[in-house]
Design a protein around this ligand. Structure first.
Ligand code: KIV
Ligand code: ZN
Length: 518
């Protein structure tokens, strides 16, 4: 039986703290440069998240720059920067955040004995002291200070309560309880939040936040249980990307609260029609595809395969649909434009897909659309997404592919000529290889003077037909850094070159990051 909440009992608003740009970017393979992060931040603003965690400024110049640009450019949302519990990190976080209208410093230290003994080599009293100093320092800069007790779930409960109380006394307005290693279960996590509510005397002065990792597939379930026990902020990421198995998925939390209004007396400010466009944006920028059966945003999330299901949905949608595709922003029509479609129709379709481009970017994308429509009769949503990703979303750092030409066939040695712009200077070279892709990749490697190892190469047809665009995905490794690159084109050799250059740019960016001990 459905439990209806009374109309005079308004929903409590849960804060959505998005950490796609910080914890999400820590996903193996994921990497975004400053411009890409800025694009994501704009989309998160459109989605209407409450807080954007923009990065970890002390980690690299790129992280610092990204937080600074987001803090200065995104005014409608609170912008957070991560800092370990030390003065240097907090000063750096503040330097990056100073231009924000609503800045938040998020400082953290581990509290579990495992972390204290093996990682920090500190005693509990030393950790307590550092916590108080860090929170006070952060409070000297801004009112909005969040403190996280890293590995809270595996910490001694009494010590955790003591440190939470001290952090609140020192001025933290948000207390985050992370399940750093994705170890807990709903029952256990719920009881931990209840314990803190009952045993920390000043707990009502702070908002309790939760930050769950998904190592056992329970991140969303654990977050929801925490809400029922008094947490009022959830930390999550688009597509659930993040360290190892990822973080709690933003779209799942939001849609559970919306779809099961009868069970939960909570809501969020998220504009759910931007969920799917946000998911696609993250996929295109990071190169990390979403599994087809992923809840809410997977390609099959609204596909009905069995005849009996299709029949049911045709008669009455609610037979097999618990939410509508439109409510999460999945476009109504798939078949779109052709050779004769004008700029206006093109722009409208992009807006329907969630892309609001500047005039300059619109022009670039339209040019590419025209070229594609000369080669391909029917252009689908997926084609447009690939164009936008290629032309607008993935922003080159150092290397820009200008030109690629290949000669290959049954009776010739495959030979490639490539032109690349590096830091504004154009360099051209040619060479041969085992096949066309091999020759292109060895010429690009020579021009860019890089030493990456190709771990994976795959090519997919974006739509059906021999005139389809090919989307190439590559995974590269250099000096312990792994990245994913993507490129799309009707010529798969050109798509391969684009994907390789995209990945090399990401590697350049990643190599600049210093390894900081989280
Ligand atoms: O997982 C974790 O504990 C974190 C903290 C830095 C909040 O990401
Ligand atoms: Zn985390």
């Amino acid at each position: 039986m459905k439990r209806e909440h009374k109309k005079d009992n308004p929903k409590e608003m849960i804060k959505i703290f998005d950490t796609t740009l910080r914890d999400g970017e820590q996903s193996p393979g994921a990497s975004m440069n400053v411009e890409e992060k800025l694009r994501v931040a704009k989309q998160l603003q459109r989605l209407n998240v409450d807080i954007i965690e923009a990065g970890f400024p002390v980690a690299s110049e790129g992280d610092f720059e990204a937080v600074k640009r987001i803090a200065e450019g995104i005014k409608g949302v609170e912008v957070a920067a991560l800092a370990r519990a030390n003065i240097k990190d907090i000063d750096r976080a503040w330097q990056a955040l100073a231009g924000a209208k609503r800045p938040r410093i998020h400082t953290f230290i581990a509290t579990s004995d495992i972390h204290l003994k093996y990682k920090l080599r500190l005693s509990r009293s030393e950790v307590l002291k550092k916590t108080v100093e860090a929170v006070k320092k952060a409070r000297s800069y801004t009112e909005s200070v969040e403190f996280s007790a890293e590995d809270a779930v595996r910490s001694d409960r009494a010590f955790l309560a003591e440190i939470v109380e001290a952090a609140i006394d020192a001025g933290a307005l948000t207390i985050n309880i992370p399940d750093t290693v994705g170890y807990t279960t709903p029952m256990e996590f719920g009881s931990l939040i209840r314990y803190l509510k009952e045993s920390v005397p000043n707990i009502e002065k702070a908002v309790i936040s939760v930050h769950c990792h998904n190592d056992l597939g329970l991140a969303v379930a654990n977050s929801l249980t925490a809400l029922q026990e008094g947490a009022r902020q959830v930390e999550c990421t688009v597509n659930g990307i993040g360290e190892r198995a990822g973080n709690a998925s933003l779209e799942e939390i939001v849609m559970i609260l919306r779809t099961r209004k009868d069970l939960y007396n909570f809501d969020t400010r998220i504009k759910s029609e931007h969920l799917y466009p946000s998911s696609r944006l993250i996929t295109h920028i990071t190169g990390m595809a979403v599994q087809p059966n992923k809840a809410v945003v997977g390609a099959n999330a609204f596909a009905h395969e069995a005849g009996i299901h299709q029949d049911g949905v045709l008669k009455e949608k609610t037979t097999y649909e618990i939410m509508t595709p439109e409510s999460v922003g999945i476009a109504k029509s798939k078949l779109v434009l052709g050779k004769h479609s004008g700029r206006h129709a093109f722009k409208d379709k992009l807006v329907e897909l969630g892309y609001e481009l500047s005039e300059e970017n619109l022009e670039k994308a339209f040019e590419r659309f025209k070229q594609l429509s000369d080669k391909k009769k029917e252009i689908y949503d997926e084609d447009l997404e690939a164009i936008v990703a290629d032309e607008v979303l993935r922003i080159p750092d150092r290397f820009k592919l200008i030109y690629v030409n290949v000669v290959s066939g049954t009776a010739t040695v495959p030979t490639a000529t490539v032109q690349i712009e590096i830091d504004g200077k154009t360099i051209q070279d040619s060479g041969s290889g085992a096949g066309p892709v091999d020759s292109v990749y060895s010429v690009i490697t020579r021009i860019t003077k890089t030493r990456s190892k190709l771990l994976r190469y795959s090519v997919n047809a974006i739509t059906g037909g021999t005139d389809a665009q090919g989307e190439v995905t590559v995974r590269l490794m250099e000096k312990g850094h792994t990245v994913i690159g993507q490129g799309a084109h009707t010529d798969i050799i050109v798509a391969s070159a684009k994907a390789f250059v995209n990945a090399l740019n990401k590697l350049e960016y990643k190599k600049k990051k210093v390894e900081v001990n989280l």
